[in-house]
Each structure stands twice: as structure tokens, then as C-alpha cells.
Ligand binder design. Structure first.
Ligand code: ADP
Ligand code: MG
Length: 527
């Protein structure tokens, strides 16, 4: 077989420019796949910060890094607030509840930080980004839980989305897969639930996601961050007995996490009080407003009393923006990095394989010591295909492989995912149910056996190979059956610096779209 893992040519274009250390962040070039990245701005991490050993692109970003570290260092005498600088730079602003709170970045610093972290914002009321979790007045126990969960510093999306949600704004947020979006809605939501007087507990927040697997993970994460606090959750997903879910809600919970279908089922059959809910989260919002989900989501939304709405995805469009603004009037738009782009830490290796040869190619990869990097998720297009392929893998290679898809009972899906995550099973063949949002912590390799029907699902699927910027690999099989997506695939590969198979770049489906200008249109910024 060919060599799917051969590395892309490394660029050393800046080496000719001399040995001077770059002063400014924007003097530095973008990082290529596999190269170190600046921990502040994500550009090429050409240098190492002496004090912290972090990769850094320039003197400017080093300064920001040291500034952030200084700010996030806990102080025993200070309340959990960003320490005010001793200059007249610090002034007070009104928050959503007309409570004054200290603003510790000047407008210039705020702009600079946003520029470096590629945070784009639009809206009327936008607080400055936080530099530490300590700066937004979170309950002390929640702070401790964050620390215990390994959340030392907010990620860029958390820096901007948490303070914005905490002043009561509805938000539409786009940030790449694995960038910490879950934490950025759980922290303000939990903080609201904990601070609100709620005894006996009534539901104060509802989180909707498109898949049961994602709901399970979000609920687990919420429980972890709410440990030891008067905060209970209910999981409302299909496949689990409804009676137990209703019982749990009636016993008193602060947060409901569920899929729209089961929630509607439950609400139509049982008398559940939802008026107390003041925060609604729509995770993977672009999926939630698509045909099939839209009506259900709207039905749930209408049953609530005009809650604050927090909406998130790695892939957004004008259409999603339109739906979002029809739900709530004053929305703040936040986007981190380039929207609708695959996670830059995932190296895409696209191989041209005719359909008849795909299975053999997959077996070759899975039996190659050099190329097989378990645990691996193989994405396919159909439930039957998932079953057949997982069996074929085990027979042909001897590797234990199982399948996950929407037709399997919930208990089986849970057990398979658990044995995959603890390393008992090395290969899982999945349909789109694992494509969205699911945090497959140890997975660094994804094989896209069947390219999905839309480029955004592709972006989400390959995103499973990296969390929090750790590098991963996506091996993707492509052939003429995917011709509808060729122009967008070529664009994505180009922008990621990945090699494009000759058959793909020479395809008439790509060439004709270039001449019609289709590609340029799609590259526009969403907001
Ligand atoms: P996304 O929803 O953007 O795809 P997740 O919210 O699933 O990404 O986060 C990816 C991983 O990063 C998770 O394992 C999560 O626990 C971890 N994580 C999130 N925020 C932080 C943080 N501030 N510090 C450390 N780890 C974090
Ligand atoms: Mg997510």
C-alpha cells in the first residue's frame, strides 16, 4: 500500500530571514501541521520561554504569557478577582445586573488579547475576556472543582464566553472542536444554579445536545464540576427507562441534560414544571436547528419562559445565525479562530481509494505497526456498514473491533464506549453518533472510511482525533463517490497545509467549481 502517514514537507521559509528574535506576534508565520505552536496565539512556536519552557512565537507573546501566569496565580488574601493594577488604567463597568465590577484590562489590552487569541466579538454588551477563572466571582467550591478537574487556565473560548454568559447575555459561539466549549457553558450555568436560592431544587437550566453519548458526557462533566455542591442533574435520553427519569426530576434537580426527542416525549406524557428554567444551552447548535431537530427544539423552547440561550458549535452558518437571532433578541456573537475550519492540530492524510478497495486498505493500515495508532475510531456512513465492517476487521486482522450506532440499545452503546475509552477495545466503527462533541480523550487517530454528506460533519469527525490542541491524525478515504464535496474538501486541505491526492486536485469537479467562484464564497467569515 501507499504511505498514508508520510509527513508533509516542513517549511523553513523564515530561516533565511536571519537569527533575530521576532518582536511582534504578527511578524511570525502560521505554524504548519506538526510544528510547535505558540501557547498564546497558536502561530509557529519558534522559541521557548526561558521561565516556563512553553513554545512561544515572539517577545510580545512571551510578555503576555508571563502576564497571564502572574494574573492567574492564586493569592491567599485576595478574593477570587483579577488583581487590580495600581494605576488609573482600572475602571468600573456596569454588568447586566447593574452591579459594578472591576474591569482590569484597558480597551487597548482587551483588543490586543482578542487579536492574539483570534477572538472575534459582535454585540452591544461584551465584557473583556477573563484571564483566570478566579476573575468572575465563581463560588469557591466550583473553583476548587475546576482545579481538581485540571482546569488551570481558561481556554480562549472560555475566556470570552464565560464572562459574557455570566452577565446574562445570550450568545452564539463558534470555536474549533476540542477547544473547551463544554466548560464555557457549564461554568456559568453551574454558577447560576449554585448561586440561585433553590430549595427544594427546581430545574434552573436545560442543556440539549443531538446525541445520547454527548448528553452522557456533558452530564458527567457537570457532575464533576458540581461535586459536593447542592446541585443535582437529570439525564433525559432515549433508551433509558422514562419512569426513572421522571422520578429523578420530581425528586428535585437543578439541571436537565437531554436529547430533544426524549424530552418532548417526557413533557407530553408527564407534568413537569419548566418555568423555573432561565438558561437553555443548545450544544452543537447547527445540528439542533436542522430538519428533524428544529421543530422539537422550538417546541421545548416555547415551553420555557424566555430563557437566556447559550449556543455553541465548531461549525456555524448564516442560516444558524438567523435561527439564533429569531430565538432571542440581543445576542452576542463570539467566534474563536477561523470558523468552520478543522482543528489545526489534526493532520489530515487523504488517500484516493476506490470503493471496492477500501476494506483492504483499512486492514492494511490496522495491521501496520507504523500506521496503526490505537485507539482508533473508524467513521462509516450507515448502521449496517458499521456492523459489517467491525466484524470484518476482527475476522481479517484479529483486532477486536466493535460498532456503535443509533440502532443499538443504550446499554450496549454505553458499555462499548466505556470499554473503548478504558482501552479494552482498540477499534470502534461508528456512524455520526460519535462524530459530534464526544470527548474521546485518548483517541489520536480517526479513519474516515466513508466521507459524510456534509463538510461540517467531516470537520466534526476528524476533530475527534485531538483535544485541547494535542496533535492527532485523520486518515481519510476519498473517491469519485464524494464528488459533491470535492471543492470544499480541496479548500479545507489547502488551508490546513495537507497534501491533496492527485486524482482529487485533477478532478473535473474541482476544476469546474474554481471557475465558477464557488470556493471563494464559502471562505467568508460567519459573523
Ligand atoms: P469542545 O466542546 O470544544 O469540542 P470539550 O469541551 O469537549 O471541547 O473539551 C475538550 C477537552 O478539554 C476535555 O477533555 C475537557 O475536559 C478539556 N478542557 C476544557 N477546558 C479546559 C481547561 N480550561 N483546562 C484544561 N482542560 C480543559
Ligand atoms: Mg463540545
Amino acid at each position: 500500500m501507499g504511505d498514508p502517514c508520510e509527513s508533509s514537507p516542513a517549511a523553513d521559509d523564515d530561516q533565511a530571514s536571519g537569527n533575530e528574535v521576532k518582536e511582534r506576534c504578527w511578524d511570525q508565520r502560521e505554524a504548519l501541521p506538526g510544528e510547535p505552536r505558540c501557547v498564546i496565539c497558536g502561530r509557529y512556536g519558534e522559541y521557548i520561554c526561558d521561565e516556563t519552557d512553553d513554545d512561544i512565537c515572539s517577545l510580545e507573546c512571551k510578555k503576555t504569557l508571563l502576564f497571564q501566569l502572574e494574573k492567574s496565580r492564586p493569592s491567599p488574601v485576595q478574593p477570587p478577582m483579577v488583581k487590580l493594577p495600581a494605576t488609573d488604567e482600572c475602571h468600573y463597568v456596569q454588568d447586566g445586573n447593574n452591579k459594578p465590577r472591576p474591569q482590569c484590562l484597558t480597551n487597548y489590552q482587551t483588543e490586543l488579547l482578542r487579536k492574539k487569541l483570534e477572538i472575534f466579538v459582535r454585540g452591544d454588551l461584551i465584557p473583556e475576556p477573563i484571564l483566570s477563572f478566579g476573575s468572575c466571582d465563581l463560588p469557591q467550591k466550583l473553583m476548587l472543582n475546576l482545579e481538581a478537574a485540571g482546569y488551570e487556565m481558561p481556554t480562549p473560548v472560555q475566556m470570552q464566553a464565560i464572562p459574557t454568559a455570566m452577565i446574562g447575555q445570550s450568545i452564539l459561539v463558534s470555536a474549533e472542536t476540542g477547544s473547551g466549549k463544554t466548560g464555557s457553558f457549564l461554568v456559568p450555568t453551574l454558577s447560576h444554579c449554585i448561586k440561585t436560592k433553590n430549595n427544594p431544587q427546581k430545574p434552573l437550566a436545560m442543556i440539549l445536545t443531538p446525541t445520547r453519548e454527548l448528553c452522557i458526557q456533558v452530564e458527567e462533566q457537570a457532575k464533576l464540576l458540581g461535586k459536593g455542591l447542592p446541585f443535582k442533574t437529570a439525564l433525559v435520553v432515549g433508551g433509558d427507562p422514562m419512569a426513572a427519569q421522571v422520578y429523578r426530576i420530581k425528586q428535585g434537580v437543578s439541571m436537565i441534560v437531554g436529547t430533544p426527542g426524549r424530552l418532548i416525549d417526557l413533557l407530553t406524557k408527564h407534568d413537569i414544571e419548566l418555568h423555573s428554567i432561565s438558561i437553555l444551552v443548545l450544544d452543537e447548535v447547527d445540528c439542533m436547528v436542522e430538519k428533524g431537530f428544529y421543530e422539537q427544539v422550538m417546541q421545548i423552547f416555547r415551553a420555557l419562559s424566555q430563557p437566556q440561550v447559550l449556543m455553541y458549535s465548531a461549525t456555524l452558518s448564516k442560516q444558524v445565525e438567523k435561527v439564533a437571532s429569531s430565538l432571542v433578541r440581543d445576542i452576542t456573537y463570539i467566534s474563536v479562530g477561523k470558523p468552520n475550519r478543522p482543528n489545526e492540530a489534526v493532520k489530515q492524510i487523504m488517500i484516493w481509494v476506490e470503493s471496492k478497495k477500501k476494506k483492504q486498505k483499512l486492514f492494511d493500515i490496522l495491521t501496520s505497526k507504523q500506521h496503526f495508532k490505537p485507539p482508533v475510531v473508524v467513521f462509516v456512513g450507515s448502521r449496517l456498514g458499521a456492523n459489517l465492517l467491525s466484524e470484518a476487521i476482527t475476522i481479517a486482522t484479529g483486532i477486536k473491533a466493535l460498532s456503535i450506532h443509533g440502532e443499538k440499545p443504550m446499554k450496549e452503546r454505553r458499555d462499548i464506549l466505556r470499554s473503548f475509552l478504558v482501552g479494552e477495545v482498540n477499534v470502534v466503527v461508528a456512524t455520526g453518533v460519535l462524530g459530534r462533541g464526544v470527548d474521546l480523550l485518548s483517541v489520536r487517530q480517526v479513519i474516515v472510511f466513508d466521507i459524510p454528506n456534509s463538510i461540517k460533519e467531516y470537520v466534526h469527525q476528524i476533530g475527534r482525533a485531538s483535544r485541547m490542541g494535542e496533535s492527532g491524525t485523520a486518515i481519510v478515504f476519498v473517491n469519485d463517490e464524494n464528488k459533491k464535496l470535492f471543492p470544499e474538501l480541496v479548500e479545507i486541505l489547502k488551508s490546513s497545509g495537507a497534501a491533496i491526492p492527485r486524482e482529487l486536485s485533477n478532478s473535473r469537479y474541482v476544476l469546474s467549481s474554481f471557475s465558477t467562484g464557488k470556493i471563494q464564497k464559502k471562505r467568508k467569515h460567519v459573523f
